[in-house]
Design a protein around this ligand. Structure first.
Ligand code: FAD
Length: 273
């Protein structure tokens, strides 16, 4: 059995100093471990950085314009938050479909994002909400903010540099009235199921027409992304059967699903439509 080296830094400065002293080693950021422990042999030989005690990664704060969620906040902590329940119901709808109570007690929002799976259920709502994420670099000891959509570079791959930590998830709040939010996930069954295909949508209606709409399907392309052609087509239109049929055609051409152990390409196209 190989030895495992780990660090539970109390603050980012402590982590940065440790990183500088051990730069040549491999690092793995460890939050709830619910993804990492599935393939635990892959982290052998790395220094495990347990971010659970990092104050900068904890808690949920709200102001007039944003809700900011620490990356190490668990999914159940988010579900219990009054602020998130009232202001970002689409995120609550998505988290409710995830795993079990026991897993959600450990699993974190930062871990779901950091895992970068196209099936990650918090990712599609965060993408339509135009979320930004704060990233800490232990190399420069600095924090930068990027749109979440630029984080993903492929299935299970991110643009994070070695040792970087997502510390905060910053979700802008919309002032507009008549906003419609929708999250739907199709899996093998209703509970404890990984997404075969999903959709997050937010839209604003004006006089029964769509003023704007943002759509992000899950598990149907290498990374979660917005469906800009479908969104553009729907803008200013009433949802008649003809418009819906045309939108289905456009979205089917915007996604690029594959066949894998969870589903087939054909089924993913069918349920996205
Ligand atoms: C039984 C079971 C059911 C599940 N069901 C679902 C489901 O329905 N939907 C779903 O989307 N997922 C599901 N998952 C997957 C998993 O629970 C989630 O992806 C969870 O949110 C991961 O969070 P974590 O804190 O456990 O991440 P970890 O396992 O600690 O980390 C996951 C990855 O993210 C990286 N990481 C973690 N935190 C950060 C950070 N702050 N900054 C940078 N990188 C970071 C890690 O290095 C690792 O690569 C399930 C898992 C299990 C075991």
């Amino acid at each position: 059995m190989s030895k495992i080296q780990s660090l539970s830094p109390k603050n980012l400065e402590e982590y940065s100093t440790f990183f500088t002293d051990n730069k040549e080693k491999k690092f793995v950021i460890f939050a709830g471990g619910t993804d990492l422990m599935i393939d635990r042999f892959s982290i052998e030989g790395s220094i495990i950085i347990d971010i659970s005690y990092l104050e900068e990664c904890r808690g949920i704060k709200a102001d007039e314009k944003h809700i900011t969620i620490g990356a190490a906040t668990t999914l159940n902590e988010i579900l219990s938050s009054q602020e998130v329940q009232t202001k970002i119901p689409i995120l609550i709808d998505a988290i409710k479909t995830m795993a079990s109570i026991q897993v959600r007690n450990r699993a974190t929002i930062g871990g779901n994002i950091g895992n970068a799976s196209p099936a990650g259920d918090t990712i599609t709502p965060l993408v339509v909400l135009e979320t930004k994420i704060e990233i800490f670099s232990p190399e420069s000891n600095e924090v930068r903010t990027i749109p979440i959509k630029t984080l993903f570079s492929g299935p299970s791959a991110t643009t994070l540099e070695k040792g970087e930590i997502i510390i905060k998830i910053i979700i802008p709040l919309r002032k507009d009235k008549d906003i419609f939010c929708y999250f739907r996930k199709i899996g093998q069954r209703n509970a404890m199921t990984i997404t075969k295909a999903s959709l997050s949508a937010i839209a604003k209606y004006l006089d029964s027409k769509i003023e704007w709409i943002k759509l992000a399907p899950g598990s149907v392309s290498p990374v979660v992304k917005r469906m800009s052609k479908t969104e553009e087509f729907l803008k200013g239109k009433e949802l008649t059967p003809a418009v819906i049929n045309k939108a289905k055609e456009i979205i089917a051409n915007e996604i690029s699903p594959i066949t894998d152990i969870r589903s087939t390409k054909a089924f993913r196209v069918l349920i996205t439509k």
